[in-house]
Design a protein around this ligand. Sequence first.
Ligand SMILES: Cc1cc2nc3c(=O)[nH]c(=O)nc-3n(C[C@H](O)[C@H](O)[C@H](O)COP(=O)(O)OP(=O)(O)OC[C@H]3O[C@@H](n4cnc5c(N)ncnc54)[C@H](O)[C@@H]3O)c2cc1C
Length: 272
Amino acid sequence: MYEFSYHKATSVDDAINALDAAEDGKLLAGGMTLLPTMKQRLAAPDTLVDLAGVQGLSGIEKHGDTIVIGAMTHHADVSRSELVRQFIPALADLAGMIGDPQVRNRGTLGGSVANADPAADYPAALVGLAATVNTDKRSITADDFFIDLFETALEENEIITSVAFPVASKASYQKFPNPASGYPVVGVFLAVFNEGVAGNGNDKVRVAVTGAAGSVFRQSEMEQALEKDFKPSCLEKIAIDDEDFNDDIHASAQYRAHLVTVMARRAVKDIL
Ligand SMILES: Cc1cc2nc3c(=O)[nH]c(=O)nc-3n(C[C@H](O)[C@H](O)[C@H](O)COP(=O)(O)OP(=O)(O)OC[C@H]3O[C@@H](n4cnc5c(N)ncnc54)[C@H](O)[C@@H]3O)c2cc1C
């Protein structure tokens, strides 16, 4: 490791002030991505601003038709939450499938979302459920939040405070995990909103895919087909365009395209 300053923030404002004062400051959540990245010299911030002591950034609450989860909430807490299990069980399932127990007990929702790893699980839930990312400055819809590989709509020194997930009528997350890392080779989050998504348009079916391409995306042909006829068989004829898909030692683009259909079909069966 090289030298850097460590600041334990006491509030969101204190964290922002510390970031503003630093030349190249970075927020520290659970350190699950940031610390290995620093050890590999892929990032070299001069200041780490730890959010672990900031009150009000973790916890899970129901506000009307949404479940609001604090940015510093650990994956293990989401997976075990009775509120999430009751209202969005697919989200609790997803959190319980992330990595291993150590990662689930340290990794956070905000860290995962800010990092925007193309193979992370949470982005599929955010886009599938039409969630809203709340920051210290504004609210951003999930559709506008994830831009590209490790790129989000967050501005410099902007802090995610919570994510609001609309309660779907039904939802399912199906993942084909990489056997070594646990990250999805492909994951599909499918959500059905009988009345459309409150405050977020009239989408009744949303299909979000992670792991396949540089960033999470919606599979609109599947959404349209499932809105007309909610059956696994209606997905068979939809050709998945794999031109921009990831093609690496873990899976070819063609195999990932195949997995998109298989995972989506499983999600429909699970919901039915
Ligand atoms: C062995 C291993 C296996 C894993 N398997 C999976 C898996 O199967 N699926 C999966 O989805 N993920 C997986 N992960 C990732 C894990 O889920 C973590 O959530 C992710 O690494 C982010 O870690 P963190 O929350 O500790 O954030 P950190 O590493 O502390 O931070 C990550 C980035 O987010 C920024 N950041 C953190 N909090 C905020 C905030 N509130 N606002 C703005 N920016 C912020 C930081 O500055 C940093 O740039 C795995 C990780 C490991 C190490």
